[in-house]
Design a protein around this ligand. Structure first.
Ligand code: ZN
Length: 270
């Protein structure tokens, strides 16, 4: 099995700490990637970091503050591991991957700047949107009413987001990207939302209007329990439910990710 080490950080942000079960969130991501033949190794240690900003704007001071604390350990990395940074809040997003493979860096495309190795950030408590309005995971994640989840929905949501961002580190693009390198794009509809690399409907209303009527989302996901189990659901302020992303990886995605891990997370063979 392909194997990569995770170093996990829990960030205290403006005096507020990560309140979710870190081991459970990481465990959810570990479980998802194990199904794709990628072993995420974590020794159980949670490293501490602190930032002053309450929002966590990844273009703001937060990345710089985090980089100062995380980079000294990354310097000797050689991309032998991925740093996983859990923090309460991020600005206008639930997660971000800084990875050579995605060009999703905060600085220039194809760089990790201001970090010196691959880093994944995931907001555990809230995504802060326009007008500094926080959208809380606790309000946003809800299970189907007739279904018992073994893991709290908030943990599923954060864990799936962590697994998704790691997918970017391993070179995977969103399933709806028109020119994506591995398979034809999917539209933001129907059962495809159960895919891990589905672009989330978390925060942006304009994305929802592009292709999905959230009022019909519950109907869109009608299916067998096998299909529904991996899904995380969300309710918005108006009471409707939309599906964020599930856990399923396409075989071609799993193959690609394993190769990236085996080659040290620097494989660029698109
Ligand atoms: Zn993404």
């Amino acid at each position: 099995m392909s194997s990569v080490e995770l170093r996990v950080w829990a960030v205290e942000q403006a005096g507020v700490g990560v309140a979710v079960d870190v081991a459970a969130v990481v465990g959810q991501a570990v479980r998802i990637w194990a199904t794709a033949g990628v072993e995420l190794r974590w020794d159980g240690r949670v490293r501490d970091a602190r930032v002053s900003s309450a929002k966590g704007d990844f273009k703001d001071v937060v990345l710089g503050e985090l980089a100062e604390q995380v980079n000294p350990e990354i310097t000797a990395n050689g991309f032998g591991w991925v740093d996983v940074v859990l923090l309460p809040r991020l600005w206008n997003r639930w997660g971000v991957a800084l990875s050579l493979l995605t060009g999703a860096s905060a600085g220039n495309d194809g760089s990790f700047a201001p970090f010196t190795g691959p880093v994944v950030l995931v907001a555990t408590e809230a995504s802060v949107g326009a007008g500094d309005r926080p959208e809380f995971r606790a309000d946003a994640c809800a299970p189907l009413p007739d279904r018992a989840y073994p893991t709290p929905p908030v943990v599923l949501g954060a864990g799936n987001d962590l697994a998704h961002e790691l997918g970017h580190v391993f070179g995977l693009w969103h399933t709806n990207v028109r020119n994506r390198h591995l398979a034809k794009p999917y539209t933001l509809q129907g059962k495809h939302v159960r895919l891990l690399m589905h672009e989330t409907l978390h925060t942006t209303g304009e994305k929802i209007t592009e292709g999905v009527d959230p009022k019909r989302s519950r109907g869109n996901v009608a299916g067998t329990s096998v299909e529904l189990d991996p899904l995380t659901l969300v309710t918005d302020h108006e009471g409707w439910c939309v599906v964020l992303r599930g856990e399923a990886l396409l075989p071609v995605e799993a193959d690609y990710a394993r190769k990236a891990v085996d080659e040290g997370l620097v494989w660029k063979g698109r």
